[in-house]
Design a binder for this molecule. Structure first.
Ligand code: AMP
Ligand code: ZN
Ligand code: FE
Ligand code: FE
Length: 274
């Protein structure tokens, strides 16, 4: 049996692995195919593709776009993206700028609380175009301004906490169109985590191609529920570990194993779209 993991992050967003380390981990875990889905960026895909080619592993380009619909945050995975598509790159660059400005706002809020963190320290640590709250948390720990990543979120960075800053997001409908414009398939990420059930029909009408039924934080009951959605709305089925490397305890890669017939169906759907 061959298996895939279609939800993975690297250092190009908030994961800790380089693309090469990620591919090595995928190999160790006996995976035959991976997709890289960094937040709002495809920067790591070229290196991941090269590393996969060297070990004869299937690679699917991807990204996880942070979007919203009716005030609900929804993450949309794009697969088989043309990573050189100028329009796609220009639009996600704007959201990378939003992320960078948000880091400055979060650091300013921390400074107002008397915490001496510099935005540059966060950017140096993040060393990518798509920084996020985990980088602020890691910088706080690194500078010994807090004891742990969890404490950083609990005290300062969680929604409603004093250094939390809302993020302006693209609409989910735009995200779907943007992914299609770059030749990709759009998949709703971890629906079990974002209270998105009520808006799934609208996202399907907007052209959503698939649904992430299998995810680290989905219970068996949840996965079964979303398999029923997939059946009802004729959506492709995907799954992945959402591995962020060593940032959260053990790396999760290998814990969600998507059977290969789903990969064949995704490839067929992508070929049909072209
Ligand atoms: P951002 O995109 O900047 O809002 O950051 C979202 C990232 O922060 C996601 O990858 C989450 O896994 C991570 N995150 C969110 N809440 C927490 C938390 N309470 N503890 C640790 N990580 C978190
Ligand atoms: Zn993340
Ligand atoms: Fe997500
Ligand atoms: Fe993710």
């Amino acid at each position: 049996m061959k298996f895939a993991d279609l939800h993975l992050h690297t250092q190009f967003s908030d994961g800790t692995f380089t693309p090469e380390e990620l591919v090595l981990q995928a190999q160790k875990n006996g995976l035959s195919c991976i997709a890289l889905t960094d937040h709002d960026t495809v920067e790591g895909c070229a290196r991941a593709a090269t590393a996969c080619e060297a070990v004869k592993m299937d690679f699917i380009t991807g990204a996880e776009l942070t979007a919203e619909h009716e005030d609900i945050e929804v993450h949309i995975l794009g697969y088989f993206l043309d990573i050189n598509d100028a329009k796609f790159l220009a639009r996600i660059a704007q959201f990378q700028t939003v992320r960078q400005n948000r880091i400055r706002e979060m650091v300013a809020a921390l400074n107002r609380l008397g915490i001496q963190l510099r935005a540059e320290a966060v950017f140096e640590l993040a060393n990518c175009r798509s920084p996020g709250r985990p980088h602020v948390a890691r910088a706080l720990v690194k500078e010994k301004l807090i004891g742990s990543l969890d404490e950083a979120f609990d005290r300062y960075l969680k929604k409603g906490r004093p250094a939390w800053v809302p993020k302006s997001k693209m609409s989910a409908l735009e995200a779907v169109d943007l992914i299609h414009g770059a030749g990709g398939l759009a998949v709703i990420a971890h629906p079990g985590l974002n209270r998105t059930d009520d808006i799934i029909p609208q996202l399907v009408s907007a052209g959503m191609d698939g649904i992430e039924c299998f995810h680290t934080k989905h219970s068996t009951v949840m996965s079964e529920r979303y398999l029923e959605y997939a059946d009802k709305y004729r959506l492709l089925v995907t799954g992945g570990s959402d591995c962020h490397g060593y940032s959260k305890a053990r790396p999760l890669i290998g814990t969600v194993r998507l059977p290969y017939d789903h990969i064949e169906k995704l490839k067929a759907a992508h070929a049909k779209r072209k």
